[in-house]
Design a protein around this ligand. Sequence first.
Ligand code: SAM
Length: 331
Amino acid sequence: MVLACLLFKKRWCLHESVARGSKKYPTSSSPSARVRENAQALEPIHSLPLNCIVCGDCAAELPKLPANCVDLIFTSPPYADARKNSYGGIHPDQFVEWFLPITAELLRVLKPTGSFVLNIKEKVVNGERHTYVIETILGMRRQGWLWTEEYIWHKRNCYPGRWPNRFRDAWERCLHFTKSRHFQMFQDAVRVPMGHWRHARLRNLSETDKRRDESKVGSGFGKKIANWIGRDLAYPTNVLHLATECSNRMHSAAFPEALPTWFIRLFTKPGDLVLDPFIGSGTTALAAAKLGRNYLGIEIKPEYCELARRAIRETLGDTLWEVSYAKHHGD
Ligand SMILES: C[S@@+](CC[C@H](N)C(=O)[O-])C[C@H]1O[C@@H](n2cnc3c(N)ncnc32)[C@H](O)[C@@H]1O
């Protein structure tokens, strides 16, 4: 199937400027569309659109995708109606009812080895944090998702302010869901420099540092400090310290490219498929393409679809997929 996807990685999709109908993808007699029709004639799986921004409601578009075809879903849906003035949204009390049918489709399209990372935060309603995120997690577990991990995106540059009952909000959730306990994960791809502390700490090792030191509280955890001698890189924590998006991206909720980039490196390899069903200004697509991954973005607002397509074209050029794929394969 991967080969089939790669054969079909033409850029017809990116250049389609017309929003797709909700029933099936339109055909045309342009050369690029003919390539697609020929490919579809070979095998039905070729209907999987690759490296494009589909303009539509993801609740209607996701059912058109084949099952088990996506390696990573990375997305940030509307945080209920927190941005209702720019792109609408859903009342917090209705969020779970609206979102769970979408996560059911995401469960279907994700490969058994894949991951779904959901960037979200509960908004404050009537002076307290709403519970729609917690209820979403519970609902997704009932659907069959495993809530494997929770990463925290610490927003290094959040603006100062004063609220009567809380401090400034400096973090968001990146909830990691999987279909199985055995999923693909490339931990070495996100290793970080050990830091200067190691020079002083590792210079004079105690006897305890030289053997595995079991936790005194009987947790089963242990550490052997001597293992870190001679190493330059260490595994990161589950807290990501990244600045929010500062440049004017014409989208009020664009996240920094470094956020999807980190998860794409961790959970995919070149040639894999990354899906963002709420792609907004196209950040996830840009991150994926630059890393030589295939992408598929879905966005309901036509002006954001155009924004995303323009950003991709301007950043990566017309032959974006071929160029980025070749780069990451050293061809
Ligand atoms: C939080 S923003 C995502 C921003 C994006 N991460 C970026 O970096 O630009 C959510 C996006 O989902 C879109 N959206 C809302 N409902 C949708 C739906 N049912 N299907 C597809 N897109 C939707 C909104 O128009 C908005 O652009």
